[in-house]
Design a binder for this molecule. Structure first.
Ligand SMILES: Cc1cc2nc3c(=O)[nH]c(=O)nc-3n(C[C@H](O)[C@H](O)[C@H](O)COP(=O)(O)OP(=O)(O)OC[C@H]3O[C@@H](n4cnc5c(N)ncnc54)[C@H](O)[C@@H]3O)c2cc1C
Length: 501
């Protein structure tokens, strides 16, 4: 259920392993609002490391999955190109793969970006990942404004980028070769009885019967899961709306490898990626519980300004060839939903991958296929991502509030906040703290949210009429989650792994 990179990768992996299986991929051809066609797609594992990566076993498990994906990509791409071979797709796919990623620490960075850069560097050393520290002046095509130039740069040899749209086309071609059927329809509900999934209801009125359903409908997965699972069982899925821009340039130049910042305060890394004839500039990220009408102009403006100032001033003269908009699937606790349902036999989740689901897709496809075919014992690490779970909390509530406030202030400075030196930012920090505390005081149960999500819940609503609505929505979920998960399980799982920032 879902025809993005995850649905297709899982289908292909299964079809390759057992040609007797009957597999159908359900999803509308247009893929409106899907994440995959909008993705960069950076194949970044170490490039995604943040200061939080080694602080909690769930974050470490996610990082281990990303390392497996990093190892898997060369072979996965080669086989994909081969399977999609008869068409031009195979060659186009191979040509679109550009190895190597430069990670820059810009003079415009705040504390969070600094910490993430350092965490990333330490992880490279710890895991013996090939990399070099380079002089930012030597990064080919880099042309920032002098006051926004990078202070430091790292080159990650094994991490690169590929054209997501070509990967989708190749996955479809390869899956077709292996006998996968395509149903270009929308699922409206899961069908289940006797604690067993029976299939899915389709928008043309038919029911597609199935002994196994893999939920891979991106940010729409939460709504679909809710048609068969009790409220509170699975952390709710939020929509991380992202905008990116494809450009073409008349004059030669620009970066020749992926160039990115580490993940920044409250958002993902700024990046400019070479494409055939131009560049991909990405990406914004605004997380909302409900579907948003689209990316916001102000956020898009900041992203484009930062790309022109910090990476390549000549981008300002490039022509826009496409605006890409997609919704990252992000569960409330920020961790993916992977593996079998504990409540409905035959239901498997492959979703909730937020900002690195494209990179992780080969590893996720393998682990879902292993689970489904019983090939290997279940991966213990991945049990963190069991879909029916209380939200994973990696900090205490007060730590989470502190972090959210630091992220907010940092994001404001990265976007040119200027306060008179006399005043300092203490008042601002205190105000945000109070606001976050007030919000938490109104919740029926405490919850430590990841900073990006805390900010979207607590602070962004300040400029929209949705604040009360968000509070009600979160309170309803917390009530339901406490009822569904035994309170003891809820408390133990949270307390025993609370990390210290
Ligand atoms: C701007 C942007 C940039 C990104 N950059 C990167 C990157 O550089 N590297 C990286 O690793 N990740 C990146 N990501 C994240 C990555 O794209 C996602 O994690 C990943 O693509 C999620 O794949 P998916 O298949 O789960 O979801 P999606 O790609 O959203 O696919 C879900 C599919 O399900 C279909 N669907 C929805 N509802 C239904 C329904 N009811 N019935 C049937 N089908 C349905 C949709 O049409 C869609 O095709 C980026 C995301 C965005 C938005």
């Amino acid at each position: 259920m879902g025809n993005g990179v995850l649905g297709l990768s899982v289908a292909l992996e299964l079809a390759r392993r057992d040609s007797r299986l009957r597999i159908a991929v359900v999803g509308p051809r247009a893929r409106t609002g899907a994440a995959t066609p909008a993705a960069g797609a950076m194949l970044n594992c170490f490039g995604e490391v943040t200061q939080y990566t080694d602080r909690h076993p769930a974050a470490q498990a996610r990082f281990a999955l990303a390392r497996r994906a990093l190892d898997a990509w060369p072979d996965w791409l080669a086989r994909l190109a081969e399977d999609a071979g008869g068409t031009d797709g195979g060659r186009a796919l191979r040509n679109s793969h550009i190895p190597g990623t430069f990670v820059l620490l810009s003079a415009r960075s705040g504390r969070i970006t600094d910490r993430n850069f350092e965490a990333l560097r330490l992880a490279l050393v710890e895991y013996g990942e090939p990399h070099e520290a380079v002089d930012p002046a030597d990064v080919p095509g880099l042309a920032p404004r002098p006051d926004a130039r990078p202070l430091r740069a790292l080159y990650l040899q094994r991490e690169g980028t590929v054209d997501a749209r070509r990967v989708l086309a190749a996955l479809e071609a390869a899956a077709t070769t292996h006998g996968v059927e395509f149903w270009p329809l929308t699922a409206t509900a899961l069908v289940a009885d006797n604690e067993t999934v029976r299939g899915i209801q389709l928008d043309d009125g038919r029911m597609l019967q199935a002994t196994t359903v893999v939920v891979a409908a991106g940010s729409m997965s939460g709504e679909l899961a809710a048609t068969a699972l009790p409220p509170g069982a699975v952390p709710p899925m939020l929509h991380g709306t992202g905008l990116a821009v494809l450009t073409r340039r008349e004059n030669a130049g620009g970066v020749t490898r992926a160039v990115r910042t580490p993940n920044r305060a409250a958002t993902c890394g700024l990046h400019v990626l070479p494409t055939s004839g131009g560049h991909y500039v990405g990406a914004t990220s605004v997380i909302t519980p409900q579907l948003s009408a689209g990316p916001e102009l102000g956020v898009a403006h900041e992203m484009l300004r930062a790309a022109c100032e910090q990476i390549d001033r000549q981008l300002a003269a490039a022509q826009v060839t496409a605006w890409l908009c997609g919704r990252r699937p992000i569960p409330l606790d920020g961790f993916p939903l992977l593996g079998p349902s504990r409540l409905l036999h035959g239901l498997i989740f492959a979703t909730g991958t937020y900002r690195d689901g494209f990179h992780n897709s080969p590893a996720i496809a393998r682990c879902i296929a292993d689970t489904l075919l019983g090939a290997t014992p279940p991966d213990k690490d991945l049990s963190w991502f069991t879909p029916e779970r209380p939200p994973i909390q990696t900090m205490t509530v007060s730590q989470a509030i502190d972090e959210a406030v630091i992220h907010s202030i940092d994001a404001a400075y990265e976007h040119d906040l200027r306060l008179p030196a006399l005043l300092g930012d203490t008042h601002l920090t205190d105000g945000l703290h109070q606001r976050a505390k007030d919000f938490h005081d109104h919740l029926p149960h405490p919850i430590a949210l990841p900073p990006e999500i805390a900010i979207s819940q607590l602070l962004l609503p300040a400029r929209s009429p949705g604040e009360a609505q968000h509070l009600t929505w979160l309170s309803d979920y917390l009530h339901a989650a406490h009822q569904h998960h035994r309170p003891a399980e809820y408390a133990t799982r949270q307390a025993s792994h609370t990390a210290t920032p």
